[in-house]
Design a protein around this ligand. Sequence first.
Ligand SMILES: [Zn+2]
Length: 440
Amino acid sequence: MTTVAESRTVGGSAPDNSSRDDHHGIRVRIHRGANEIGGSCVELESQGSRLVLDVGKPLWAGWDEVVPLPAVAGLADWTDRSLSGVVISHPHLDHYGLIAQADSRVPIYIGKEATSLLKAAEFFSSAGIDLRPDGFLRDRVPLRIGAFTVTPYLMDHSAFDSYSLLVEADGHRLFYTGDIRGHGRKSRLFEQLLSHPPTPVDVLLLEGTHVGQGDGSPEACRSERDVELSLTRRMKQTEGALSVISSAQNIDRLVTVYRACKRGGRILVTDLYTASLAHAIGRQTIPQPGFPDYKVYLPNHQRRLVKKSREFDRMELVRECRVFPEWLAEHAGEVTLLLPASTAPELLRSGVLANGAVVWSMWPGYLKEPSGTRLKELLTSNGVPFILDHASGHAPVADLQRLATALKPSRLVPIHTEGASLYNEFFENVETHSDGEWWN
Ligand SMILES: [Zn+2]
């Protein structure tokens, strides 16, 4: 069933204009992602118009490492106006991370709340950016971009405001999943897609983060609800503070930890970064300053950041709910901290973690990096228990199979995966393509 078509172009080569031949339908070229998790970029061409889905930075690239833009004509310099725009499926670096290198005149489309989140993150982290999009993705509201009609489907993923994309042109339909799962706080959206699939689908570009990654791994099988329940249990069992380490941009996890706090009878304490993001999204359902039993602690590095920038108005948000190390140490048994890993030394110094425990609620792979090893050593040498408790942002193979069955695509093409060669074992009508190759 697999046809590995011959690669006509090599990824990273000069822009290839062979896409301009007279033809019907949609031509597709995966620039990155055919055999890689992260750094996704797909170029589509129809009737002389081109559209790009995601311009991600590869996960292997370091924070300050410069990775060249994919070879999409007009992306870097806007010299080729047949490029109609770039659609960013969700606000994760491996999907938008190279967009700052694109010419600022190239039209960008992304969710409105994703835009607010990335803008608010810019002050705190290099994983933030002021995008100024030309249009916003809205759930099931079609957008006309060049020769393409793009219908976004709001989706369940660890990034906030994530979309799968149905792209139609010249009578053909391609469905790009983006990054998806069905076991997060918005699992209803995944089930909705299964019960009301946008069929017929000619081509399904299906993410496969967990394909070939040992689907039985504990992380792949756990849901946000599982994490909520186990955190609740730990809050009841721990004598001192429970410190949960997660990504500030993982809003689902913020909601999970807050809900666990309600059940476990604890006060949630986040940093200013998390509080600012939750506030910036502007949704009253997301825990933020002003919510009952929600307080904010400013880690030393964020205190210095505010001081150096002189942007003291940022403190207005937390004026009523700010707490200090002495208060935390005094109320350790009543709080759950949702703070970055870098705060561990200062929390230990102020005695906040005495009789407490630390929960790693992120991808366990980060723990293999030097900073992860240092954190584990620091906690162990101070006698603080260190526990893993996480749910993946990506669907296990069983859920991907349910999706493929519902969408019944004529052809299913792997993306965002290291297991492309294994798709045949799990799905029908699989067709693999290499990075850089144009196909119809
Ligand atoms: Zn991704």
